[in-house]
Design a protein around this ligand. Sequence first.
Ligand SMILES: [Zn+2]
Ligand SMILES: [Zn+2]
Length: 213
Amino acid sequence: MVMSVKEAFDIAVEYYSDHPDELAALRKLSEKAWYKVYKRLYDIRNKEKVAAQGKAYYNNNKEACDARNKAWKAANPDKVKASNKAWAAANPDKVKASNKAWAAANPDHRKSYSKNISDETWQEVYKHLGTKCSCPTCTWSSTLALEVDHIIPRKLGLHKDAPRAGVDLRRYIIKNNCWGDFQLLCRNCNMLKHRNGGTCNCGNHSGNSKLLP
Ligand SMILES: [Zn+2]
Ligand SMILES: [Zn+2]
């Protein structure tokens, strides 16, 4: 160490100039407590050196360090959780990259996870919107070819920020609880509604298959 207590205190005065309360508290500290402040300031001022020293020490004492870390983590699960959370909040890009790498290394898990989310959101849709095509002239009643339809087309402005289709759209509806603005159509009727400007005509009963309100 290269700093005297006096020097450390001068630095502290500068360092805590915006926090007079903390500085006042520091002035009352014992010498032992001062050592802690001194060490902290030293660490702050010599970040890279301290990091390199720490790394070298770890490399020379790997097993002991790992065991100590492991024991500390086991004894402080809440602190570990909080620290992980803080780290994740401060490093969103790293979290993203790490999640991506993990997903690429575990394709099966990812697949089953996605499938579960997909199934769960569909079950929620069926609960609210049934399992039949909503077109009045259609008799389709199988979930094999049902699609979630924006009753009023997105381009007219209602839920224009909602995802177009798929699991993201289902999650959007679940989250916003806006079931009244959506219906289930079979793929055929959905396409006909789209192509015929809002009317389906799939059952050839012209005039009663308008799918727009
Ligand atoms: Zn239909
Ligand atoms: Zn139809």
